[in-house]
Design a protein around this ligand. Structure first.
Ligand code: GAR
Length: 198
C-alpha cells in the first residue's frame, strides 16, 4: 500500500509539486491524500487540483472573528486531516505554527521543511534573513532542513535531512531563493523516501 501523505501549504506549492512529480516518477511509493491551505489564493491548491488531489481551504480568520482560539482552529484542522488517515503530515510551506491541539493528535507524524540550517533563522523570511546575515559577514553559508515536529517550537525538532547551500557575493536575493528552492525540492524527496522506506 502506498504511504498516505497529507500536505499543508500556504503559497506557491513548488515543494508540493516536487512531491507530486516524485510520486509520478515512482521515486516515492506514496499517495497525497489531501492538500490543505490556509490561504485561498495559494497557487499550490491549483497544482493539487490539476493532479487530481482533494483540497481544503482552512482559513484562520473566521475563528478569530468568532473569538475562538488557535486550539479550536487546530482541532478542526486535525479532525479534517484525520478523516484522510495519513501516515505522515508534511508542512510544505505551511506558515502557521501548529499548537499541541494538532500535534498531539499526530505524535511524531508531522514533518516540516525549512529554508535554513538547523537552529538558524526560524520563522518567516528565513532566506531573506540569511541573505542579510551573509551581507553583514555573520554567516558564510545557509541551507535547508527537514525535521520532525514534536512540539510547538518553531522550525525545530529531530533532523531528518539537511543540506548546505552556498551564498556567493554576486548573489541577488532572488538568485539565492531559487538556489534554495531547488535544493529543498531534492532534500524533501530524500527525507520522504527515507521515512517511507522505513
Ligand atoms: C519553502 O521555502 C519552505 O521551506 C518555507 O516556505 C517555502 C514554501 O515554498 N517554509 C518555511 O519558511 C517554514 N518556516 P513552496 O510553497 O514553493 O513550496
Amino acid at each position: 500500500m502506498p504511504t498516505r501523505l497529507a500536505l499543508l501549504i500556504s503559497g506557491n506549492g513548488s515543494n508540493l509539486q516536487a512531491v507530486i512529480d516524485a510520486i509520478r516518477m515512482r521515486l516515492l511509493d506514496a499517495e497525497i491524500v489531501i492538500v490543505v491551505s490556509n490561504r485561498k489564493e495559494a497557487y499550490g491548491l491549483q497544482r493539487a487540483t490539476k493532479a487530481g488531489i482533494p483540497t481544503h481551504y482552512h482559513p484562520l480568520k473566521p475563528y478569530r472573528d468568532a473569538g475562538k482560539d488557535r486550539a479550536a482552529y487546530d482541532t478542526d484542522l486535525a479532525n479534517l486531516i484525520a478523516r484522510y488517515q495519513p501516515d505522515w503530515i508534511v508542512l510544505a510551506g505551511w506558515m502557521h505554527i501548529l499548537s499541541n491541539a494538532f500535534l498531539q493528535r499526530f505524535p511524531y507524524r508531522v514533518i516540516n521543511l525549512h529554508p535554513a540550517l538547523p537552529g538558524q533563522f526560524p520563522g518567516v523570511n528565513a532566506i531573506e534573513r540569511a541573505y542579510e546575515a551573509f551581507q553583514a559577514g555573520q554567516i558564510k553559508k545557509t541551507g535547508v532542513m527537514v525535521h520532525l515536529v514534536p512540539d510547538e517550537e518553531i522550525d525545530s525538532g529531530p533532523i531528518l535531512a539537511t543540506r548546505d547551500v552556498q551564498i556567493y557575493r554576486t548573489d541577488a536575493l532572488e538568485t539565492l531563493e531559487q538556489r534554495i528552492h531547488q535544493v529543498e525540492h531534492q532534500v524533501l524527496i530524500e527525507a520522504l523516501h527515507r521515512l517511507i522506506e522505513g
